[in-house]
Design a protein around this ligand. Structure first.
Ligand code: UD2
Ligand code: MN
Length: 260
């Protein structure tokens, strides 16, 4: 239960909205963990039970942002990542962003949650892929971007409604600006992943391969500079910040149509 966690973490003295700071030092980075989210209460509670103690053992200063898509029905993970980035920056000057599936739990304390100068794909040894990855150009699950790289890549594509390929899109996007993902060693970057079924509002995207094919052409049109959304509610909870988002799919796709 959330209430139990609130009590459990009181000793760490988080500021409202879940801003945690190590008590004995002043970290160089401020980390925002961005979780694209809808209707995964059980997974969220598990995530919140697991992450703060680990991050504080690592002496990280962080806030967890849960970005919940209220409308439309079809979920858009990368869009929630873009919005989470923009909204987090309205709250504080975060320098490092880790975009994180809600259903992935690190199982090694030495898997350090901070940014380097390059973008990092962190989901290297994933339980559901037999503690590996399904293919080389797999960038699913979790990525870490310093703010500078988010600015360089115009964030992520806003156009992947439904399941799939929004993660594959990150590779070509980075290529355009001459960058590649780094990866931590598999012994550290290990993740437990509970088995789950496909969510109701997240069917396989029928457009995903078409979008992926011209990922490189869209980078300057489709991203942080073209995102449109409404914030319906910001809930500053004791141990995290929960932001509710409404998006207009048609409006977003107007921009995309120019390039598809
Ligand atoms: C894989 C990738 C994921 C993403 C997805 C394709 C792994 C470990 N993860 O996840 O990063 O690329 O394929 O889109 O390979 N979510 C909700 N509510 C919903 C739907 C999604 O909260 O109704 C969020 C949640 O944070 C979830 C994430 O989106 O962890 C990815 O969705 P998924 O878990 O259904 O997809 P999965 O496991 O196939
Ligand atoms: Mn999943």
């Amino acid at each position: 239960m959330l209430e139990d966690l609130n009590n459990k973490y009181e000793k760490y003295k988080p500021e409202l909205g879940g801003k945690f700071k190590p008590l004995e030092c002043q970290p160089r980075q401020k980390l925002a963990i961005i979780i694209p989210y809808r209707d995964r209460r059980r997974h969220l509670i598990d995530f919140l039970s697991h992450m703060p103690p680990m991050l504080l053992r690592q002496q990280v200063e962080f806030t967890i942002f849960v970005i919940e898509q209220d409308t439309p029905e079809i979920f858009n993970r990368a869009l929630m990542m873009n919005i989470g980035y923009l909204e987090a920056l309205k709250q504080d000057d975060y320098s490092c962003f880790i975009f994180h599936d809600v259903d992935m739990y690190p199982i090694n304390d030495y898997n350090i949650y901070q940014c380097s100068t390059s973008p990092t794909h962190m989901a290297v040894a994933v339980e559901k892929w037999k503690f590996g990855m399904p293919y080389d150009a797999y960038y699913g699950g979790i990525v870490a971007y310093p703010k500078t790289i988010m600015e360089k890549t115009n964030g992520f594509s806003n156009l992947y409604f439904g399941w799939g390929c929004e993660d594959d899109d990150l590779g070509p996007r980075l290529e355009v600006v001459g960058l590649k993902f780094a990866r931590p060693p598999a012994v550290y970057a290990r993740y437990a992943t509970p088995v789950h079924s496909r969510d109701k509002g997240n069917p396989k995207s029928p457009d995903r391969f078409r979008l992926l094919k011209n990922a490189k052409n869209r980078i300057w049109y489709d991203g942080l500079n073209s995102v449109v959304y409404n914030v319906s509610k910001i809930e500053k909870k004791k141990i995290y910040t929960h932001i509710h988002i409404a998006v207009d799919r048609q409006k977003l796709e107007e921009v995309g149509k120019l390039m598809i």
